[in-house]
Structure formats: structure tokens, C-alpha cells
Write a protein of this length. Structure first.
Length: 485
């Protein structure tokens, strides 16, 4: 088994290197880039980026390993200096996401996340539809401080879903999954993707989009940047409508056989009784979470506190009150893995722009959209960005490959910059559910076989239309009201 894995990994690595070599040695460099000030290195940078992107998609090595190799490659080939190659590690948005990972450790360690899920279930779980909403609302409560959707949806919510399916004897093995498991599992997964879009800190790839957008704004002297509050204000209304609508749509087109679930309420109450009274550690975690959330919403405007500063304040309070320890921080592998690959991707994206490659792509694509109304152009770009996720097994890889170019193209054809940046950032989360491999929690929810592949893809396409119909007509009206265009 190990030999087979090694051979497969080696083959994937050779494919990645081959793609980079083709870009550098076979494809002729456009005249536009030959005239650029750094013509000697920009095509080499593109070759390294293509090889890195292929490695993120094919995964011959873990993402963090690929990132370190990319940093070494751009420095060793003198495509840029080692100082520039390591510059991504100082990005404040990256540290915001890392800090949020560490904050989420408190939900898991104290058991507060599980308690929240069972509290909602005890109140809303008498009917199947209410049971779905109870877990959705639990997911939404902890999402702002949990940037790993795999840890949140897969590690906290899915075990509850699995236990409910077992309690109602809805299993794949005997063909009874349509009793409850199919509807409940698929509904929770699909709404989690929407919840990811509602908060800047609810999904790691959102941070990558924010970094690329803010760097683009800075390079173009637009005098704006995406903030935590700005994201939340723009996403909340269309996001909440989607969260409320998706379970209703699935209940209609993919209904469960069981409509009443009183046993779920009893099960939740029994589990809450086992957990006992709210612990001191949970109370501390609640206080920290409320503090961080309030400062994220109001701290920037009233106190001048950046979102990253707020995250570090919350993290410091958790350490002082012993909600988590420094050992917990050191063992949070997801946070440090994110720091490594985020930093590498930010560096590569920044250099692609600085060395003229993104402007070149922008000119080529924007030329084909010349004369089109900016609203139509935004819809076209959004559709391309949304459905191209069929080609990706990682939201982060998708952001790295397309977000910067799609944003630049949108602005070049007249789309208001902030509207373009946020629309594409929201889509970064919404499109994750269109396949059974498009995001971290997807294999967790698809793996038990409650939903067949055909059902998954077919229902996901229907829900993609729901997303687009909510986020464009309704979203555009809301964004007009709050001044995005």
C-alpha cells in the first residue's frame, strides 16, 4: 500500500513539474510581458505558479509541504529575493485566520460547540425540518470564530447528525437512508457552505480572497479594503435568506420519509443532562466569544481596533483565563498549516501582479468583454468562477488560481471594485457544495453513502441556481441599499 502511494505521489509530482516546464520552455512569452520591467523573471514565476497550483490540486504532498517548496523555488531561482518570498508571513489577514483557528479550539476543548448543538436540537427538533434548522443555527452560532469548516461541520456537527441517523435507524446498509439520513446530512452540508459565506472568519479560503482583494485595492490606489464588518453587512441578508430557503427547497424536492422526530428532542435532553451544568470553562469561552464578536463588529469604528488585533485580544484572554493553554496553541496543526500555505499563496499572487502577469490576463479577458454592461459582465464572470469549481478539490486552490484575475477583469470592465471583490469572495464559499470533493467536509458527509453521487450533483446544481437567484437579484438590491454600488 505504501509503495502504491509513493508511486502515485511521484507520478503526480512529475505531472506538476511537467506543466511548469511546458509553460516555461514551450509556451512563448507574450510581447506584453517581454516589455515588462521584470521580463526575465515573470515567465519563470508563472511556471512556478502553475506547478504549485497543479500540486495543490493533485496533492502529491500535503499543502504545507507544497507551499514551502514554492517559497524555496522562487528564491532559489532568483525569481524574487528570500525576503519577498517570506513576506506573506507578515500579512495581518493571515494572522486573523490563524488566530480564529486558535479561538475555535476553545469551542472544542470546553465542549461548548456540542452543547450549543444539543440546546438548539432540544428546542427545535420535534419535526425533521426543525431538527435540520436546529443544527444549522448551531453551526451559524459558532461559525464566526471557526475558520475551519472541516472542524466545524465535520468535527462538531456531523457526529450529532450521525447519531441522529443511527437513532432513527436510517442507514445505507439496509437501504433506509431516505427515512432521515439523506435529507438531514445533505441539508446540513449545503447550508454550511452558505454559512461560510456569511462571515469572513468562517472559512479559511475567505481570508485568501480578502488578502488578494485588499492587495489589489492598494496597488490600484482605490482607498478601500474589505473589513470583517463590511463583509458581514454585505453577506448577512442574502446569506440568511439562503440559509432559511435551502432546507425548504430540499424538503420539497428531496423529502425525508420521517416528518416527526420527537425522539431527537429526548435524545438532546438526555445528552445535555449527561454534560451537566454549564462549566466555568464554557462560561469563560462564552464571554470571550461575545467580546470578540462585539469588537469585530464595533471595534474598528469606535476604537480603531483592527480585526486581527481583536482576535489576538480574545486569544490572550483565553490564555490568561486558562480556557486554552500554550500547548493547545502549539498542537493546533490546522492553524500553522494555514499560516504556511496562506503565506506562500499570498506571496505568489502578489508577485504575479507585480510582475505584470495578472494585468496581462486582465487585458486579454477584458478585451473580450468590451462594450458589455458591467452588470452583465459581473454575472458572466461570476458564473465562470462559480461553475469552474467542478475542476477543483480545494477552495483555496480555486482562489489562488482564479480570484485575482476574475477581480481584475471585473473592475476593468466597470464593476464597482468593492462589489466585485465581495461578490467573488462570497462565491468562493457558495460553490464548494457542487461536488462531493469540492471542500474539506464534503468527503465526510458523502462518505457514509447517505446520498448517491448522482443525487449529490443533481441537487447541488439546483441549489446553485437558488444561490444565484438569491445572491444576485436580492443581493444586488441589498448591496445598493448599503452603498456598494
Amino acid at each position: 500500500m505504501e509503495k502504491k502511494f509513493t508511486e502515485t505521489a511521484l507520478f503526480k509530482a512529475l505531472v506538476c513539474l511537467g506543466l511548469g516546464a511546458i509553460v516555461y520552455f514551450v509556451i512563448p512569452q507574450p510581447e506584453y510581458l517581454q516589455e515588462h520591467a521584470r521580463a526575465a523573471t515573470n515567465w519563470r514565476l508563472l511556471a512556478i505558479f502553475v506547478a504549485t497550483l497543479a500540486a495543490l490540486i493533485l496533492a502529491p504532498l500535503p499543502m504545507g509541504s507544497v507551499a514551502i517548496i514554492a517559497i524555496a523555488a522562487v528564491a532559489a531561482t532568483r525569481t524574487t529575493t528570500i525576503g519577498v518570498a517570506l513576506g506573506g508571513f507578515s500579512n495581518t489577514v493571515i494572522w486573523l485566520i490563524v488566530s480564529a483557528f486558535l479561538l475555535s479550539r476553545g469551542f472544542i476543548k470546553t465542549g461548548l460547540g456540542e452543547r450549543v448543538a444539543y440546546m438548539f436540537m432540544a428546542k427545535l427538533g420535534k419535526r425533521t425540518l426543525g431538527l435540520a434548522y436546529s443544527l444549522i443555527f448551531a453551526d451559524m452560532v459558532i461559525a464566526p470564530a471557526t475558520p475551519s469548516n472541516t472542524a466545524r461541520a465535520g468535527g462538531i456537527i456531523f457526529p450529532v447528525v450521525r447519531s441522529l441517523n443511527d437513532a432513527y435507524k436510517s442507514k445505507t446498509e439496509d437501504g433506509s437512508q431516505r427515512k432521515l439520513a439523506s435529507f438531514l446530512t445533505y441539508t446540513i452540508f449545503q447550508t454550511d457552505n452558505v454559512i461560510c459565506s456569511m462571515f469572513m472568519t468562517a472559512m479559511a479560503a475567505s481570508g485568501a480572497a480578502v488578502i488578494l482583494a485588499n492587495d489589489f485595492f492598494a496597488a490600484g490606489n482605490f482607498g478601500m479594503q474589505i473589513t470583517w464588518t463590511g463583509w458581514f453587512m454585505a453577506a448577512f441578508v442574502p446569506g440568511l435568506i439562503c440559509v432559511l430557503l435551502i432546507p425548504l427547497v430540499l424538503y420539497k424536492i428531496y423529502p425525508p420519509e420521517i416528518k416527526e422526530t420527537p425522539q431527537a428532542v429526548e435524545m438532546a435532553k438526555a445528552r445535555l443532562k449527561e454534560l451537566g451544568p454549564v462549566t466555568t470553562a464554557e462560561i469563560k469561552m462564552i464571554c470571550v466569544f461575545v467580546l470578540v464578536l462585539v469588537l469585530w463588529i464595533f471595534g474598528d469604528g469606535l476604537l480603531g481596533l483592527a480585526a486581527t488585533t481583536t482576535a489576538f485580544i480574545g486569544l490572550s484572554v483565553m490564555l490568561i483565563t486558562n480556557v486554552i493553554t500554550i500547548d493547545d496553541i502549539k498542537s493546533e496543526k490546522g492553524a500553522w498549516d494555514t499560516l504556511i500555505w496562506f503565506s506562500a499563496l499570498v506571496m505568489l499572487a502578489g508577485q504575479l501582479n507585480a510582475q505584470g502577469i495578472i494585468p496581462w490576463i486582465t487585458d486579454v479577458v477584458a478585451g473580450n468583454l468590451e462594450g458589455i454592461n458591467w452588470v452583465t459582465a459581473l454575472i458572466i464572470v461570476s458564473l465562470v468562477y462559480y461553475y469552474s469549481h467542478y475542476l477543483f478539490a480545494s477552495a483555496t486552490a480555486h482562489v489562488a488560481a482564479m480570484y485575482g484575475a476574475m477581480l481584475a477583469v471585473s473592475v476593468a470592465v466597470g464593476v464597482p471594485p468593492m462589489l466585485a471583490a465581495l461578490t467573488l469572495a462570497f462565491i468562493t464559499n457558495l460553490h464548494m457544495g457542487i461536488t462531493h470533493y469540492g471542500t474539506g467536509p464534503a468527503p465526510v458527509y458523502f462518505g457514509p453513502g447517505y446520498v448517491t453521487m448522482g443525487q449529490w450533483w443533481g441537487l447541488a446544481f439546483v441549489l446553485s441556481l437558488v444561490h444565484l437567484l438569491v445572491w444576485f437579484p436580492i443581493g444586488m438590491v441589498w448591496w445598493r441599499i448599503i452603498g456598494l454600488w
